[in-house]
Design a protein around this ligand. Structure first.
Ligand code: PMP
Length: 395
């Protein structure tokens, strides 16, 4: 018999290897969540790392919508959308998402990760070009690889490099994909310039607005609507439902030709169970609240300004962001872990983000703010960050 190596043994060796570094990941169990607080390991912690930017995840109206739909539709959808899992709740949510984002149609996916894989695999054929910002979310990169596309990554927000990459392959179909708001840095892509570039180069523009939807734009319709870009300019818009909307899942919005094509060819749409209908009902309620309760966006902006002002006064290494994501760059993984531990000892939760999630040497505290926070919470955070500096952290 061949001396075939054992896969699980090899994985265990890799895991042991990682355990010797500062990159080992550990799960934390949250036993209770209440507003911006969680309870974990018997301790109450004020959270600064959740993506619940508008503070909707525990809104009683969402919970009531969930319960009511569960009473009438049950828990599981029972099958994929194309079998018998596509319920009235899904159809209604798709309609409001399309209307909100100013697109012809919208299509639900069970997660954002699956939406991005499905779009790339349906749109791109082997050997075609996919140009992406270097800091795009992992699932956009994975999607291009799954599709067998030629993946070119341009330096962060560098439109001229993107142009050179498109021109280097001007004979094939091309998709240019970018995060709208970058998940680890919080800055916004140069969407108008990218749209103009795609128009000149006959490339299709895709924007992943996971962190912009709900937060940017007058009624929270996201970075693409804030930039005033139509469906013609950004034909593929994807966003998630598990962040500012406080729910879970994702959608792709665009022209009918895109949506019908995804229904035919996107394998992560076709071969998976439709999200629970009660989740779709709760999400529809979240969309209504996100659109109409402007005070949430306004409060978030007040908190962002308060945090940035305080952090500037402390001389902390802020990044250029006007969104809910306000990272503090610390450099090495150990420094980020130490900072996170010091904050936790003071009752604050902001986990260390380390490579490969961020580039080598750019470990950070990815601090996120939410409309669920109060000004006093921001002041507590600033006090804790000031103590970090006293403790000698590289902030
Ligand atoms: N895109 C971006 C930009 C994200 O930040 C994330 C998740 N953090 C996703 C896609 C994946 O979304 P989901 O969590 O719904 O799979």
């Amino acid at each position: 018999m061949a001396a075939r190596p054992d896969l699980l043994q090899r994985l265990a060796v890799q895991t042991d290897g990682r355990a010797q570094t500062q990159l080992y990941r550990r799960l934390r169990t949250v036993t209770r969540a209440e507003g911006p607080f969680v309870e974990s390991n018997g301790k109450r912690l004020l959270v600064f790392c959740s993506n619940d930017y508008l503070g909707l995840a525990q809104d009683p109206r969402l919970i009531a919508a969930w319960k009511q739909a569960a009473d009438s539709s049950g828990v599981g959808s029972g099958s994929a959308h194309l079998i018998c899992g596509h319920r009235r709740e899904h159809a209604e949510l798709e309609e409001v998402l399309a209307e909100w984002t100013g697109r012809e149609r919208a299509l639900l996916f069970s997660t954002g990760y699956m939406a991005n894989l499905g779009v790339m695999q349906a749109l791109l054929q082997r050997g075609e070009l996919c140009v992406q910002d270097k800091l795009n979310h992992a699932c956009l990169l994975d999607g291009a690889q799954l599709a067998g596309a030629v993946l070119k990554r341009y330096p962060h927000t560098d439109v001229e490099s993107a142009e050179r990459q498109l021109r280097s392959h001007d004979e094939t179909c091309a998709l240019l994909a970018t995060d709208g708001v970058f998940s680890m840095d919080g800055d916004i892509a140069p969407l108008r310039e990218l749209a103009a570039l795609c128009a000149r180069e006959n490339a299709t523009l895709m924007v992943d607005d996971a962190h912009g939807l709900g937060v940017l734009g007058d009624d929270g319709a996201g970075s693409v609507m804030e930039a005033g870009l139509s469906e013609r300019e950004v034909p593929v818009l994807m966003a998630t439902l598990g962040k500012a909307l406080g729910c879970s899942g994702a959608f792709v919005a665009g022209p009918t030709a895109l949506i019908e094509g995804l229904i035919q060819f996107a394998r992560t749409y076709i071969y998976t169970t439709a999200m629970p209908p009660a989740l779709a009902a709760a999400t529809r309620c979240a969309v209504t609240l996100a659109r109409t309760e402007n005070w949430r966006r306004e409060k978030l902006q007040v908190l962002i300004r308060r945090f940035r002002h305080g952090a500037e006064q402390l001389g902390l290494p802020l990044m250029p962001s006007r969104t809910a994501i306000q990272p503090l760059l610390l450099g090495d993984a150990q420094a980020a872990l130490d900072a996170s531990r010091i904050l936790e000892a003071q009752g604050l939760l902001a986990v260390a983000i380390r490579p490969p999630t961020v580039p080598q040497g750019q470990a950070r505290l990815r601090i996120t703010l939410s409309a669920a926070h109060e000004e006093a919470h921001i002041d507590r955070l600033l006090d804790a960050l000031a103590s970090l500096r006293l403790a000698g952290a590289p902030v």
